[in-house]
Design a binder for this molecule. Structure first.
Ligand code: ATP
Length: 613
């Protein structure tokens, strides 16, 4: 009769095997270094046999025959072995550091590249701290395994095999006796490994939570919020609780590891004592020589040491698998928005944009988030609501369309579909007749420029931020773009001019100045299509006219979709599209729509849509 099989263990073992195979994939480029490492370990193991054998020779042969020169030669051999061993140790350290650090760099680079390719939806759902924690803590956890564990497994196996071989040759009965304690090493290791895996998982999670709290609170906006709400004490308590949890888990792991290690040491001591006791009896009865017993006593520690090392390595390896699993979980995350096979470049775009029967719903967390990074990533946890439903809209090349609609109508959502920050659920968005999903992302994104309401600047100089759009732009081009965007005079007036560091912790630009800087960046990029999210905040007249002038330049000769908040922008647009309930409900010029006396006219009268400047 077939016994029922424990499939969970089989699956777990399969997962571990797959993980190990993938780890090996990352180790492949280091095959040569690993080979040198292994050879040097083998040589070191052989060399380690020299001292006990030297002692045996001296005791059993050289001393009884009073061969003084042989004694010197044997002592010299021990020195030579020690010298060679020292050299090998350095070679080994270099190899293991090279492989370990190399693996960290490779894993981090792969993770960075992967995370960059993940859809925007992933970033809207995942706290930054959770992502950086994977790149920092988990990667280091994974590396520790490879450098210390892998090295120790190999060296211990070699030491164990060579030592056992030597012992068996010397005296096989005592060797078997020494091995009788073997099960005591193997059996508890698995259980301890599992427990340490749990603790490690717990630690990683608390680390990620601490990281998230730090990245969210230690930026200008977060720090201001904490201060305004006077919640310093509360924040500190939450942080301290998390730090304490990591500490407690660390202490538990250390204690468990130490108790296990000490227990193994005791087992080894019992085995060694047995060799002394029974071996000495055999010497007394004349079965073996004193030299053999001394050599065996020296060798037996070289059996228990690697056995302890191997058992610990197994436990460490199990623990580090947790880190690898967490790293691979990110590397395996789906990339829904990427180049289709056979995607074509959008060459010399004219900028005809059209939305045909577009329905859009934000993807559920289960599709875009990583479960262990976000608690909401469970099926059914999202509101299933279409933001856009059967929407049609044309943006003919070179025209400006002002998009208006109440807050939450879906204006930003609609704009984000053009550059494929999200993909439509059904229907299509096309540029110059190409469905955007058939275009390469690089060429698509080169064709579309965005100026957000509150544009993001990196913590770099103004010049570097501008050149982000075009790294090879000359100084003259940068200045020309800034002059056109009406921001050059402001920059020139700063103490360090274009070298002034801006962004989160740099010089603070006003909202209007930031938007003009973003427009200068857009001019450097020179895209065929522009998406502009007008600032809602009220600007003074001077700023207002400067912004208007720079926007006029930015939109000239391009297809523009302006999420409009100002009457002046709407009036000057070629066409106005009114978005309500996920559809374009009215479209025409300002005068046409006022004459129509529909939603636009009503909302205009109610002052809901636009700032009347
Ligand atoms: P506003 O003028 O206030 O900026 P909007 O017209 O640009 O609003 P959108 O930001 O496009 O509106 O939002 C449309 C709807 O989609 C809203 O109900 C919003 O809650 C929802 N929404 C926006 N972003 C996301 C997201 N990342 N995930 C899920 N739902 C979202």
């Amino acid at each position: 009769m077939m016994m029922p099989r424990d499939t969970s263990t089989i699956d777990g073992a399969q997962v571990q095997r797959d993980t190990v195979r993938r780890v090996w994939g990352f180790a492949r480029p280091y095959r040569l270094t690993i080979s040198v490492f292994l050879v040097s370990i083998l040589l070191a193991a052989l060399l380690a046999l020299v001292p006990p054998l030297v002692v045996r020779e001296i005791l059993d042969d050289a001393i009884p025959s009073a061969d003084r020169s042989a004694i010197w030669w044997l002592a010299g051999a021990a020195v030579a072995a020690a010298l060679a061993d020292a050299g090998l140790q350095i070679v080994q350290r270099w190899c293991s550091a090279r492989v370990g650090e190399g693996l960290i760099a490779d894993l981090r680079t792969s993770l960075f590249a992967k995370v960059q390719r993940l859809p925007l939806a992933f970033f809207t759902r995942t706290p930054t701290g959770a992502i950086t924690s994977r790149l920092n803590n988990d990667v280091v956890g994974a590396q520790t395994a490879v450098t210390s564990t892998l090295g120790s497994v190999v060296s211990n196996v070699i030491v164990l095999v060579t030592t056992l071989a030597a012992m068996l040759v010397l005296e096989w009965r005592l060797t078997l006796l020494a091995l009788a304690v073997l099960p005591m090493f193997v059996i508890p290791a698995r259980r301890v490994g599992r427990r340490l895996q749990d603790i490690s998982r717990e630690q990683m999670q608390y680390n990620a939570a601490m990281n998230t709290q730090m990245t969210e609170r230690f930026n200008v906006a977060g720090a201001a919020l904490v201060k305004m709400f006077g919640s310093l004490g509360r924040e500190q308590r939450v942080f301290a609780a998390r730090a304490d949890s990591v500490r407690d888990a660390g202490v538990r792991a250390a204690m468990l590891g130490r108790v296990f290690f000490v227990a193994l040491g005791l087992v080894a001591a019992v085995g060694t004592a047995a060799i002394y006791g029974i071996g000495a009896q055999l010497v007394v009865s004349g079965d073996i020589s004193t030299g053999t017993l001394v050599a065996l006593a020296a060798l037996v520690t070289r059996v228990y040491q690697p056995l302890t090392g191997l058992t610990n390595a197994r436990v460490d390896l199990m623990t580090s698998m947790v880190s690898f699993e967490r790293v691979f979980e990110v590397l395996d995350a789906p990339e829904p928005i990427r180049d289709r096979p056979g995607a074509v470049d959008l060459v010399a775009p004219r900028g005809d944009v059209s939305f045909v029967d577009v329905t859009f719903r934000y993807p559920p967390a289960s599709d875009v988030a990583i479960a262990t990074m976000e608690q909401q990533a469970v099926p059914g946890a999202d509101p299933d609501r279409d933001v856009l439903t059967g929407l049609d809209l044309d943006l003919p090349a070179g025209t400006t369309v002002a998009l208006v609609g109440s807050s939450g109508a879906g204006k930003s959502t609609l704009a984000s579909l053009i550059s494929r920050l999200y993909d439509v659920t059904t229907g299509s968005v096309s540029i110059d007749g190409h469905d955007v999903r058939d275009l390469t992302l690089d060429s698509l994104r080169a064709a579309v420029g965005v100026v957000a309401q509150d544009p993001h600047l990196f913590h770099e100089s103004i010049g570097d931020n501008l050149r982000y759009a075009r790294p090879d732009a000359t100084d003259a081009e940068v200045i020309a773009a800034c002059t056109a965007a009406r921001i050059h005079d402001v920059i020139a007036g700063l103490p360090d001019g274009y070298d002034t560091v801006v962004g989160e912790r740099g010089y603070r630009l006003s909202g209007g100045e930031k938007q003009r800087l973003a427009i200068a960046r857009l001019l450097l990029k020179d895209p065929a299509i522009v998406i502009l999210d007008e600032a809602t905040s009220h600007l003074d007249n001077d700023n207002e006219s400067q912004i208007q002038a720079s926007i006029d330049i930015a939109l000239r000769g391009r297809t523009a979709l302006v999420i409009a908040h100002r009457l002046s922008t709407v009036r000057s647009a070629d066409r106005i599209a009114v978005l309500e309930a996920g559809q374009i409900v009215e479209s025409g010029t300002h005068d046409e729509l006022v004459a129509l006396d529909g939603r636009y006219a009503a909302q205009l009268r109610a002052g809901e849509l636009l700032t009347p400047t």
